[in-house]
Structures are given as C-alpha cells and as structure tokens.
Design a protein around this ligand. Sequence first.
Ligand code: SAM
Length: 193
Amino acid sequence: MAAYRTLTQQRRSEARDFLTRALPGAGTSIVWEIGCGHGHFLTAYAKAHPEVHCVGIDISSDRIERALRKRERVRLPNLHFFQAEAKLFLEEMPLGLSLSTIFILFPDPWPKLRHRKHRILQPDFLLNAAKRTAPNGRLYFRTDDLTYFRDAMQIIEAHPSWQPVAELWPFEFETVFQQRAATHYSVVAATRK
Ligand SMILES: C[S@@+](CC[C@H](N)C(=O)[O-])C[C@H]1O[C@@H](n2cnc3c(N)ncnc32)[C@H](O)[C@@H]1O
C-alpha cells in the first residue's frame, strides 16, 4: 500500500513536471486526447492546427513510446505525448491551463456490466473535466461499441456541465482502432457554461 502511494505520488509529480516543461504556461488552452494510442490522430491534428498545443496521453508506456518516436520524426513543436492515467493527469493540470477540446476516440468499452466502472466516460470525470474546460469547449467521443455510445449519450444528456450538440466531427483522420472497426458512433458535446 505504501509502495502504491509512493508510485502514485511519483506519477503525479512527473505529470506536473511535464505540464510545466512542455507547455507555455498560464493562459494556455490545449487540445487533449485521452487514450491516444500510438498518436496517429493527434499527430495529424497537430499538423493541421499548428496554432494549438495538442497533448496526447495514454496509460500504456509502449503506446506512448511509439507516439514519442512519431513525434521525433514529424518535429511538430505543438505536439506532446505523455504516459499517464487520464484522471490523475486532469487533477495535476496547473490552474492556468485549460482544455479547449477533448478527444476520446475508441476508448476501451468495458462491455461487462461489472467492469463498466472502469470506463473513462463517467459523470464524475465529466464534472472534473468541465471545471478545466474553457467556455465554449468541446468534447468529441467516438466508439465502435453501440452500448457504450448509448450510455455516453445518456450520461452527457443528463449531465449538469455538458450537453450534446448537433455539430459535425471537426477533423477526420482514422485512428488505428477506427481502421479495424466495422462502424462507429460519435457524440459531440459542449460545456453548459
Ligand atoms: C482501444 S484503445 C484506442 C486507441 C486509439 N484512441 C485508437 O482509436 O486507435 C484505448 C486506449 O486507451 C488507453 N487508456 C485506457 N484507459 C485509460 C486511462 N484511464 N487513461 C489513459 N489512457 C487510457 C489504452 O491504453 C489504449 O491505448
């Protein structure tokens, strides 16, 4: 238990260091991709949007290593990858930093009922994310799992901080999991601020 606490504290401190080192500081608004995998989508997005800082995180160190190799190849100063768990990362974001856009693309669906608590899209997480999201911010959620899509829609519709909006997907670029999926379902949500 003590070892776990030390490890978590170390991860928190690394996340804070990364955020201070990689980004310009107070007043910066970032595009955040949760579960970026090997970073294909965010690399293409950052290339097309050189004016915004794009931060991709993934809990898997292997995936982030590959994303970082991609970053070295493309040399985009506005593209950043970091290994972290999404909730922890959000909690460690410095106060001056805000989220303009959040992408959650093909997250693990945790289809078994007893495992659903592991899903990233939960009311509490949305509440904390909304607190750090700039006015007029957007959340883009896409999945190939119909049940997760329906649940996500229901959670967002009932949420005090987010609402679904009928807007087009802002940037089409197939992720690795999208390439493997037969079909997919998207939700675009805006903050209620
Ligand atoms: C199914 S993969 C999709 C990867 C990529 N978005 C794509 O569409 O190809 C889900 C990714 O989310 C990451 N992930 C799962 N839970 C996470 C969490 N709580 N925080 C950060 N990353 C997470 C996994 O490691 C995995 O790389």
